[in-house]
Design a protein around this ligand. Structure first.
Ligand SMILES: Cc1cc2nc3c(=O)[nH]c(=O)nc-3n(C[C@H](O)[C@H](O)[C@H](O)COP(=O)(O)OP(=O)(O)OC[C@H]3O[C@@H](n4cnc5c(N)ncnc54)[C@H](O)[C@@H]3O)c2cc1C
Length: 393
């Protein structure tokens, strides 16, 4: 005998819990089915344990999607301030780190606790450690066959997230459900992910692991100015993670190694001030010493500054401002923060997240082809899309 609800939500992550508490508050009988042993695991590990739970500047321009307009409606109807109001109601202390990024002062655990308290107050039932064996659709709506029996409802919300960090419970189940109902799923790939180097490119960097400095990373018309970190496998750091979402193997990726200055102007001033100093010594004032040295061993001529003619300085400046980084790939889903691609937004209503062709079937959060930048944008999409569906259930 199936247990009946108004809505079944598969996945107790950020989007699923927000959807559940929103629908529960509206008097809906809601069941969240989570296969991991606890809800909100990605929230717990996010932001280095402090959860970068939103970004005050979040807007449609901060998201990648085959349809850049799709996210507009949901983001406009549930803003970062709406989430901040809930955080403040629960007396969770937070701070702005940089660029509008809001973090908990103490721990991500407080965000999960807040969502669970809101769900409890709204009468939401949550089953953890409960795998879904099969989804059926027929008379009486949607039926979930699970290890704990059959659950039925006229509405099914898929909030199973993306493929990143499989060890945390990520699965492709949401995409499978979409395909089961004949919905298009766009190809997926890892986003916000470290890039790898190989061959001579890796050899030139391998002993510089741990070196970090600000760059502007540019690819396919996008540019991010932030820190880059050289790792033992390639490059990471916020600037690289951000640009990784816009990069695919073979794409031209360029770094401005001196993003804060006009490189030619700066070199000329250095030449006038320190004519006897070698280029590598001068560069070490603006870049980590070991990296400056490597630049001059491999790519740039190292001579006393006075020996460079203006045209040569212009050439060096051009290289520093537009330095090609030849990446071979990414570290993949194992370390990626997000999954690009997913359920095609053409299949879904942008105001309710419901599948146009399958009444009662909703997709929210990262499983949908909407992916945010680094900096709290992905949670804001999870909250906003979860809220939009929760209002429609
Ligand atoms: C290390 C890391 C740090 C991050 N830090 C930030 C940050 O600070 N700020 C930010 O905005 N974003 C951050 N992100 C991204 C953010 O965590 C995700 O975009 C967000 O969690 C997506 O929400 P979601 O609800 O769609 O998916 P998830 O939060 O991933 O939730 C999906 C849930 O579905 C469950 N599930 C999967 N398959 C099944 C199944 N078959 N049956 C039942 N349940 C299932 C999963 O166990 C999981 O609980 C980070 C991601 C990672 C990996």
């Amino acid at each position: 005998m199936a247990e009946a609800f108004d809505a079944l939500i598969v996945g107790g992550g950020a989007a699923g819990l927000m959807c559940a508490l929103t629908a529960g508050r509206r008097g809906r009988r809601v069941l969240v089915v989570e296969h991991a042993n606890r809800v909100g695991k990605k929230i717990l590990m996010s932001g280095g344990g402090r959860c970068n739970f939103t970004n005050l500047g979040a807007g449609p321009d901060n998201y990648l999607s085959a349809n850049p307009h799709y996210c507009k409606s949901a983001l406009a109807r549930y803003t970062p301030w709406d989430f901040v109001a809930m955080v403040e109601r629960h007396r969770i202390a937070y701070h702005e780190k940089e660029l509008g990024q809001l973090f908990c002062d103490e721990s991500s655990k407080l965000i999960v606790r807040m969502l669970l308290e809101e769900c409890a107050a709204a009468g939401v039932r949550i089953e953890v450690g409960c795998g879904v064996e099969r989804v059926r659709h027929g008379p009486g709506g949607f039926h979930l066959d699970t290890a704990r029996g059959v659950f039925s409802a006229p509405a099914l919300v898929v909030a199973t997230g993306g493929l990143s960090i499989p060890s945390m419970g990520a699965t492709g189940f949401g995409y499978d459900i979409a395909r089961q109902f004949g919905l298009n799923v766009l190809p997926t790939r890892a986003g916000l992910v470290p890039l790898t180097l190989s061959g001579k490119h890796a050899e030139r960097f391998h002993d510089l692991s741990g070196v970090a400095f600000p760059v502007e990373a540019r690819c396919n018309g996008q540019a991010f100015r932030n820190r880059m970190l050289i790792t033992h496998r390639g490059v990471s750091g916020p600037a690289i993670l951000q640009i990784s979402s816009y990069w695919q193997p073979g794409d031209d990726l360029r770094l401005d190694l001196l993003p804060a200055v006009d490189a030619f102007d700066w070199l000329r001033r250095q030449q006038a001030a320190r004519p006897a100093a070698e280029l590598k010594t001068v560069l070490a004032d603006a870049l980590p010493r070991r990296f400056a040295q490597r630049l001059c061993e491999v790519w740039l001529p190292n001579r006393p500054m006075r020996q460079f003619r203006e045209a040569e300085l212009r050439g060096i400046a051009a290289q520093l401002a537009d330095w090609p980084l030849v990446a071979s790939g990414t570290e993949g889903y194992r370390t990626a923060e997000v999954t690009l691609g997913g359920v095609d937004t053409d299949e879904l209503s942008s105001s309710t997240m419901m599948a146009r062709r399958v009444p009662g079937l909703f997709f929210i959060g990262e499983v949908v082809d909407v992916t945010g930048w680094l900096g709290g944008y992905n949670f804001q999409w999870a909250w906003a899309s979860g809220h939009a569906a929760g209002e429609a259930l």
